[in-house]
Design a protein around this ligand. Structure first.
Ligand SMILES: Nc1ncnc2c1ncn2[C@@H]1O[C@H](COP(=O)(O)OP(=O)(O)OP(=O)(O)O)[C@@H](O)[C@H]1O
Length: 313
């Protein structure tokens, strides 16, 4: 794999707002890279600099070997890049097919129009005017317009917002298919499940800085974080009666965190079986990507590198 996108010490300020404050990351060819962060964290600004829509104030940006800020290579780059932005203006009185066909005309070697209609699951809607499409159908049309030029690199800005769960899974399948066929994909999303399912690499941006980066499974030390055991204490049993230290929650469950979950579970279940009681609603899990994300983007966003409490000594 070679590098498709290089970002090094990127800076962008709007007046007094430091929207992007020294962001660095790389995206390898053929991988799905997700940029995560709260509203206003700096994701769109970073994407727009890479898409060539916004000038940077400092740092280096390289997209498919070209500087996205260089007007001399803008056209060459736009031929190889697909965009699915948050707001795409399309002509409301054209049909789905006409809209895709019109965009296909902008490229030297576009994909087949019917193939793209099939890929984004708009078969049967080809003759509908854009203005009557539902929000999710419109977003699928946006996706079609992003891939009609058969790009090497696809930018997806919150691609599945407004999708129903079935359509979202369909879009995930499409994105993976595109990646498997060699396309590089850089996406932003507020859905952690989307990042977990799709991304090969993720980076979390907070107040214009990357606060953590890695695979969805290892982000912020998630893979070595303590295991959480949760259950409902048996009736008439106080938290202090339990054989291990547990923290009660608002939902009637108690939580036990452990670096040795096998031993901890054994102690708990042995205790429960010995008394003939059940540990109702028992679950054992590691922090989810969403847990880690919420921790990393909590209000105190100043810590440059953050990790969860680790199970390692
Ligand atoms: N054109 C602009 N002029 C002034 N400030 C801007 C402009 N665009 C963005 N900002 C500010 O820059 C910061 C970063 O915004 P940006 O849109 O990059 O965040 P984001 O992570 O994409 O947010 P969201 O998830 O809401 O799309 C915010 O404080 C925002 O208000």
């Amino acid at each position: 794999m070679t590098t498709a996108v290089v970002v090094e010490g990127l800076h962008k300020t709007y007046g007094t707002v430091r929207a992007v404050n020294g962001v660095s990351f790389t995206v390898e060819h053929g991988e799905i890279f997700a940029l995560l962060g709260r509203n206003g964290a700096g994701k769109t600004t970073t994407m727009e600099i890479l898409e060539g829509f916004r000038a940077r104030d400092g740092g280096r940006a390289e997209v498919l070997g070209l500087d996205p800020g260089d007007p001399a290579t803008k056209r060459r780059l736009s031929e190889r890049v697909g965009l699915v932005l948050q707001d795409i203006a399309v002509e409301p009185y054209l049909t789905v097919r006409e809209t895709i066909a019109r965009n296909a005309g902008y490229y030297a070697a576009p994909r087949d129009i019917d193939e793209v209609i099939g890929l984004v699951d708009l078969v049967g809607h080809e003759k509908k005017k854009v203005r009557v499409l539902s929000g999710g159908q419109k977003r699928r049309l946006d996706l079609a317009l992003g891939i009609i030029g058969d790009p090497d690199l696809l930018f997806l800005d919150e691609p599945t917002t407004g999708f129903d769960p079935n359509a979202r899974r369909g879009a995930w399948k499409l994105v993976r298919t595109l990646r498997d066929a060699g396309m590089t994909i850089l996406l932003t999303t507020h859905y952690m499940e989307e990042a977990q399912v799709l991304a090969d690499q993720v980076a979390v941006i907070a107040a214009g800085r990357i606060v953590a980066a890695g695979t969805p499974d290892t982000l912020g030390g998630r893979d070595i974080a303590r295991t959480r055991i949760r259950f409902e204490p048996p009736p008439e049993c106080a938290v202090t009666d339990l054989p291990v230290a547990a923290v009660p929650g608002d939902d009637g469950l108690v939580t036990v965190e452990s670096a040795e979950p096998t031993e901890m579970l054994h102690r708990l279940t042995e205790w429960a079986l010995g008394r003939g009681v059940a540990l109702a609603r028992l679950t054992v899990d590691r922090p989810s990507l969403e847990d880690v994300y919420l921790y990393l983007t909590s209000d105190d966003q100043r810590a440059p590198e953050r990790t969860l409490e680790r199970s390692a000594p």
